[in-house]
Write a protein that binds this ligand. Structure first.
Ligand code: ADP
Ligand code: F6P
Length: 519
């Protein structure tokens, strides 16, 4: 059957498809799993569901034809080389990403990046509508597609639309820097339900709606009153994402993974303590802070190879964005400096691995590591922390976890750290390394219970249920409808009165800043 004639009751839209196309040396096109936590989580959710996934195949130029993969229908969205530069590397990862992560590096603003973002979001919305059956559930993901909910609603009022943000939602003081802040909020308010990692993220979003759009909110519900249209209510809640606990545990219990974990330790000289970091090479992950702390522990003589060994896996990421290029140079220079000073023949102080690995190899690394260092400066969740916990069926291991990772709000038994406080971070690493076996097991047991109870299937179930029960289009009696409309009209009058009382600047950005073409 031709791809374009098939429609589905469940459609996922995410910037990336679960697989990236790769061209081999012989020119053959192959597929490899895409990077990042979104794909890890949604891949296991979509397995076995008869759904479609709309996304980019990771290559500039023409998109491949729609195809089936693992029982899922994949509908690639094409991006031209300019759109990869302007929509993906530019607006998504050099404007939104820093703003949504505490401006760890400065954000760049370009009107032609925004124009590409708008254009690509529309293309995604059209592709979603093409594969959505009548009354379908549409699940849009992440910061790259914030305009898609309203665009889909405009084209297809029959569908139900949810959006989940995998990254933090910034405080209004940071979000307000975006010249296109109103358009982004209006785009999101096209959804029936908005899911966030933490309660604070949902609150930040609601505050932005109040402050920048002058909307009213009650509890978790935003009154998205738009002049001339029927009142819509949009719910915004925290539904923290998770991992496939049972699947990871099973994988980590296979004899092959257990054997491989032993081999990894042996190949590192059977250290007393193996410390591990696993991250995309991103400035949000706190890799520099972690290396600084470890280098100081080496200088202090608290750790020394071959008894203590640190392995840092740094997955290549967004390599054409300047801030990522700089980070790679700095990290690699620091690893070189540390090894130059503290390594010996056959025994490195820091093993640095700039590769992607298959799932079973990752599970073996988790099983081999005595201490996992998860020290982001800001992270929506950090699935690596939960994967480590899921793989430790032996009850061993210790997790050092930043208080700025979403995971910290669930994994309170981790060894908590503030990665900006290098002295504190060093102390936490030492505490985790030297804790008694009983103490480490007690903590790991509690964390495993939490992740087992709140796994990715439960997360998806909660999200879809919340979307199903979203208050946007409640079935109401005529009397309730009249009361609601009167209430909405009163809200609207209050909003208008507030807007009139404000200066034009404070109500939103000048319209001229919200449009723009390539220079
Ligand atoms: P992010 O979404 O910011 O990349 P997460 O920690 O939430 O961060 O998710 C990262 C995902 O990528 C996890 O599922 C992790 O196992 C996977 N991953 C990280 N590094 C690698 C690697 N080198 N090879 C394969 N998978 C990796
Ligand atoms: O979870 C955050 C996230 O940005 C996802 O949206 C994305 O798929 C992943 O990390 C990896 O980033 P990228 O798609 O830019 O390689």
């Amino acid at each position: 059957m031709s791809g374009s004639t098939r429609t589905f009751d469940l459609v996922v839209a995410a910037n990336r498809l679960p697989v990236d196309s790769v061209v081999g040396p012989d020119g053959e096109v192959g597929w490899r799993r895409s990077p990042g936590g979104l794909v890890t989580a949604m891949e296991s959710v979509m397995r076995g569901r008869d759904g479609a996934w709309v996304g980019w195949a990771g290559d500039a130029g023409e998109a491949p034809e729609p195809f089936e993969e693992d029982g899922m229908f994949l509908r690639p969205v094409p991006l031209s080389p300019e759109e990869v530069a302007d929509y993906y590397e530019g607006f998504s990862n050099d404007t939104l990403w820093p703003i949504f992560h505490d401006v760890i590096v400065p954000a760049s603003f370009h009107r032609y990046w925004w124009a590409a973002y708008e254009r690509v979001n529309r293309r995604f919305a059209e592709a979603v509508c093409e594969v959505a059956a009548q009354g379908a559930t549409i699940w849009v993901h992440d910061y790259q597609l914030q305009l898609v909910p309203a665009m889909v609603r405009e084209l297809r009022p029959d569908v139900r639309i949810g959006w989940f943000n995998h990254i933090p939602f910034p405080p209004v003081e940071l979000f307000a820097q975006l010249p296109w802040r109103r358009r982004l909020l209006e785009g999101l308010l096209g959804a029936d339900f908005l899911g966030f990692q933490r309660i604070d993220d949902a609150h930040n979003f609601m505050r932005a709606c109040r402050r920048l759009l002058g909307l009213t909110t009650k509890g978790e519900v935003v009154n998205a009153a738009v002049e001339g249209r029927p009142t819509r209510y949009v719910r915004a809640s925290a539904i923290p994402i998770s991992v496939d606990f049972a699947g990871l545990e099973e994988l980590a219990q296979t004899p092959e993974v257990i054997q491989r974990a032993k081999e990894i330790r042996e190949s590192l000289g059977n250290p007393e303590t193996l410390l591990l970091g696993v991250d995309r090479l991103d400035y949000t992950k706190g890799i520099r802070h972690r290396l600084k702390a470890y280098a100081e522990l080496l200088e202090d003589g608290v750790v020394a190879p071959p008894d203590q060994v640190f392995v840092q896996v740094a997955t290549p990421s967004r390599e054409r964005v300047e801030a990522y290029r700089e980070l790679r140079q700095e990290v690699e220079a620091e690893v070189g400096r540390v090894n130059g000073e503290f390594a010996d023949i056959g025994s490195s102080a820091v093993h640095y691995l700039h590769h992607s690995y298959p799932r079973d190899e990752m599970a073996a690394m988790f099983l081999a590591a005595d201490v996992l260092l998860v020290t982001p400066l800001r992270d929506g969740m950090n699935l690596v922390a939960k994967e480590y916990v899921a793989c430790r069926h032996d009850g061993g291991g210790a997790l050092v976890l930043s208080e700025f990772a979403g995971a910290w709000h669930e994994l309170h038994q981790a060894y908590v750290c503030n990665p900006h406080d290098i002295a504190g971070l060093k102390q936490t690493i030492v505490t985790a390394m030297t804790a008694t076996e009983a103490e480490r097991r007690r903590r790991m047991r509690a964390m495993r219970r939490r992740v087992a109870d709140h796994d990715v299937q439960r997360w998806a179930g909660r999200f879809l249920e919340a979307l199903e029960c979203a208050p946007s289009r409640p079935r109401r009696t005529t009397r309730e409808q009249t009361a609601d409309d009167a209430h909405a009209a009163a809200d609207q009058r209050a909003v208008e009165a507030r807007q009139a009382a404000r200066s034009p600047q404070s109500a939103g950005s000048p319209q001229s800043a919200e449009t723009g073409g390539r220079p």
